[in-house]
Design a protein around this ligand. Structure first.
Ligand code: ADP
Ligand code: ADP
Length: 227
């Protein structure tokens, strides 16, 4: 279960005198796949990072399952985030990269092992568990990043341009894999992209942003008149 409510959310960075995000209102239901789309600098990442707790919310309220989250630490938010640059630990194997967050939480070894192997199976990484990230392709690295997020069994998945570093063919393939993963897991997903085609094909609802505000919210059909 994860319903997410953003109520009049705003962000003013400390060193800035303008609002990077303002009056952001959005009611997200469990299992939705929300895509934030808009040009570079419109506030997509900032909004995502506020939901993750990586950036302070300077205005408004964030609720997850009716609980006010503004002051809840990232590690207590039950959220996993996947980044554009994968953010893998270069000196660790694929296995250890995927296991790391669970180890920190002192999850029993047998359970870590089961969860990592299950994720590896789903993501087609079973044969790569002993490799280091530098011995993987871009698509495989992004699968490891997805696996690392997945093993935490998060209620919410946040993805910030996860496919931007991949070539066109792989982007297409990973797009389908992420959609499939979302359907399979019991999560709510918020996905940031500047790619309209990604938004159209993946979203249950699209949020179009410009200059820190929402311009439009709707299904792909409503937003792009796409059948
Ligand atoms: P997007 O993800 O849509 O490209 P961002 O959320 O990264 O947009 O940025 C929104 C606005 O906030 C931009 O004007 C950007 O320059 C500004 N911004 C982002 N991060 C910071 C920061 N750490 N300090 C000050 N301004 C920032
Ligand atoms: P951990 O691997 O235990 O999460 P980190 O030092 O990598 O530890 O992360 C610092 C904080 O950011 C932690 O509170 C953690 O819960 C949170 N965090 C780490 N990875 C992610 C992620 N992929 N998505 C969201 N939050 C994360």
């Amino acid at each position: 279960m994860a319903d997410i409510l953003l109520k009049n959310i705003g962000k003013r960075y400390k060193n800035s005198d303008t609002l990077s995000v303002s009056n952001f209102n959005l009611d997200i239901k469990h299992k939705e796949f929300i895509v934030f789309v808009g040009p570079s600098g419109c506030g997509k990442s900032t909004t995502l990072r506020m939901i993750a707790g990586l950036e302070e919310i300077t205005d408004g309220e964030l609720f997850i399952d009716n609980k006010l989250m503004n002051d809840v630490a990232p590690k207590n938010r039950d959220i996993a985030m996947v980044f554009q640059n994968y953010a893998l630990y270069p000196h660790m194997t694929v296995y250890d990269n995927m296991a790391f967050g669970l180890k920190i939480k002192k999850t029993p070894k047998a359970e870590i092992d089961a969860r990592v192997k299950e994720a590896a199976k789903i993501l087609g990484l079973e044969d790569y568990l002993k490799r280091k990230p530098k011995a993987l392709s871009g698509g495989q690295r992004q699968r490891v990043a997805l696996g690392r997020a997945m093993v935490r069994n998060p209620k919410v998945f946040l993805m910030d341009e996860p496919l931007s570093n991949l070539d066109a063919k792989l982007r297409l393939q990973m797009r389908a894999e992420i959609s499939k993963l979302h359907r399979r897991l019991d999560t709510t997903t918020i996905y940031v992209t500047h790619d309209q085609t990604e938004a159209m094909t993946m979203a249950s609802r699209i949020v179009i942003m410009k200059d820190g505000v929402i311009q439009q919210i709707g299904t792909p059909k409503e937003v792009y008149n796409h059948p």
